[in-house]
Write a protein that binds this ligand. Structure first.
Ligand code: TXA
Ligand code: MG
Length: 323
């Protein structure tokens, strides 16, 4: 049985029950500003195991540890340098995940055996409240079945995980709609491992130039993405996804539509700004499945600013098929 709590109807008092579930080694889905997360105690191997099981997630894909306040960080990592301090002052709480060298307190189950740990402090009011009531670090991947688009709406998270976790807290739509930016600051040169709504430029304004993982927009056979999770089939609805070249004019688009119509019955075409897509992409992919479309064709956006994050998710959802 999954305890379902709707924050739009029920009061904050219900969060105490969910915090207890977390402290006692259970699993709780909760809203964050980026996407819904599936949480369990980051200090408890067995609890973390339940996350992998509920999602069907490969166990070599490490989890992000969520904290309520900066004081919790010290016990989880070996060192917090000046760059980290600047980034935390500017972007926490908010959609930026930082990767540090981990302390012995963090179990291997969380980091998939790596000597680093990903940490984030969410800004969503419900997430903050839950994390501070539980008062333990919470490991939480996106609350989707592994490989599927991340849930950004209450109905989508209920559909994926009801019956597979101990509790689900819903609170309407999330704010941003794409997972947090992941920045590795465990080595000498910071590297962007997953783009998000905190952009490369914003990070560089804060700490100077950073490296970018080469695999963000390209499938490179011989290079493994630095974030283990980025190598898997990802963000994929049941419908076949294709990206329409950003440069396409109407003539090219018509040609592409004709060739798709020869092979598929129901085609959903999506064209929007990078900003709008960053908020709605996942919800649109899930809805296209619900409506029974065979194909989703999405016009590419300029991979600048938040557009880099949109194109990263889009290309993966399409398995790099650009027409
Ligand atoms: O916005 C988000 O970050 C959401 C919400 C729920 O907070 N969480 C999320 O978690 O997207 P998940 O597990 O779906 O994605 C975590 C990503 C994966 O690509 C994983 O491989 C990478 O972060 N990651 C985690 N720990 C890492 C580490 N120590 N080194 C490199 N990559 C790491
Ligand atoms: Mg995920």
């Amino acid at each position: 049985m999954t305890l379902c709590i709707d924050m739009k109807k029920e009061g904050v008092s219900q969060l105490n029950r969910c915090a207890d579930i977390l402290v006692n080694g259970g699993t709780v889905v909760f809203p964050t500003e980026t996407v819904y997360g599936l949480g369990a105690s980051a200090l408890d191997d067995k609890a973390v195991e339940k996350i992998y099981l509920a999602k069907g997630r490969p166990s070599d894909n490490p989890l992000i540890v969520h904290i309520a306040d900066k004081t919790m960080l010290a016990s989880l990592v070996l060192n917090v340098d000046e760059r980290a301090k600047k980034l935390m002052a500017k972007f926490w709480p908010g959609p930026l995940t930082l990767i540090f060298k981990k302390s012995h307190l963090v179990p291997d189950a969380v980091t998939a055996g790596l000597d680093t740990v990903a940490i984030r402090m969410p800004s969503h009011a419900t997430a903050k409240k839950l994390l501070s009531l539980a008062n333990i670090p919470i490991a939480a991947p996106s609350a989707n079945i592994s490989g599927r688009p991340s849930p950004t709406r209450a109905s989508h998270v209920l559909k994926d995980l009801k019956g597979r976790v101990d509790a689900i807290i819903t609170d309407g739509d999330v704010t941003y709609g794409l997972e947090s930016t992941v920045l590795d600051i465990s080595g000498d040169l910071p590297m962007l491992l997953r783009p998000g709504t905190v952009t490369k430029k914003q990070i560089e304004t804060c700490i100077g130039s950073i490296l970018v993982d080469k695999t963000l927009l390209k499938q490179i056979d011989l290079v493994t993405p630095k974030a283990p999770g980025m190598k898997y089939k990802h963000y994929s609805p049941d419908a076949e996804v294709y990206v329409l070249n950003a440069e396409s004019d109407d003539v090219h688009k018509e040609k592409v539509m004709r060739s798709l119509k020869a092979r598929y019955q129901r085609i959903k075409y999506i064209e929007d700004s990078a900003e709008a897509l960053s908020k709605t992409l996942y919800a649109k992919l899930i809805e296209a499945d619900e409506l029974g479309f065979d194909v989703i064709l999405i016009k590419a956006v300029n991979p600048e600013g938040v557009g880099l994050a949109v194109m990263n998710r889009l290309l993966k959802a399409a398995n790099y098929k650009v027409l």
